[in-house]
Design a protein. Sequence first.
Length: 250
Amino acid sequence: MGGELVLLHGFTQTGASWEPVRREVGERYRSHAPDLRGHGTASGRRYVTFEAVIEDIATLVDGPFVLVGYSMGGRIALAFALARPERVDRLVLVSASPGLADRGEREVRRSADEALAGEIERSTIEAFAGRWAAQPLFAGQRPKVARRAHDDRLRNTPAGLAGALRGLGTGVMEPLWSHLADLGMPVDLVVGERDLKFRAINERMTEAMLDARLHVITGAGHAAHLENPEALARLVLEVRRPAGRRAEAG
């Protein structure tokens, strides 16, 4: 057993989305993939805030662990690592960002997120799941991957997702760009080769961190953990020690 591993899912997903990665990791870690507030079995949990979710994560295991987060879960993982650095041995961020640095851009995003939250509340989970999957962000997914992602979204409720968007969305998140150099643990930044927007963001993040590596996963877009779980699991299983500056791996 290699220790404890905590995996944080993205918006509209649940902890079940990590099953392919957990199978690949096997018994080499004791893995935990919770449903975050507003999602799955935690759809009704209130209040949905970064502070509350950070407290939830802190109670999952005793002692330090490897922390992996995807998209929204990656932003939460980054916030957790900065708030509780002594708990994180290593940080793996998949298609994540430190938020929006520009105040005006954040306000525009917050307004858009609020409008979308209202639309979600007036929708059915089936209708919204289909709408969310149709974004260009997920273009190119194999049918099997898309079906599995759709089935996972159906574990949610409109009210839960609306609450998560209002409490954990990019528009309400305080940007963390200026704190990236404070991370003392090894960091792996992961993006899919088709996800050009997040590759550019993660290249900037890599330059701002002290001990970070950027990995580009072949055959994947934004949801690299669903599209190539084997590659992500291999990366998670690598032994990382505090080292030099950075390297890029494919």
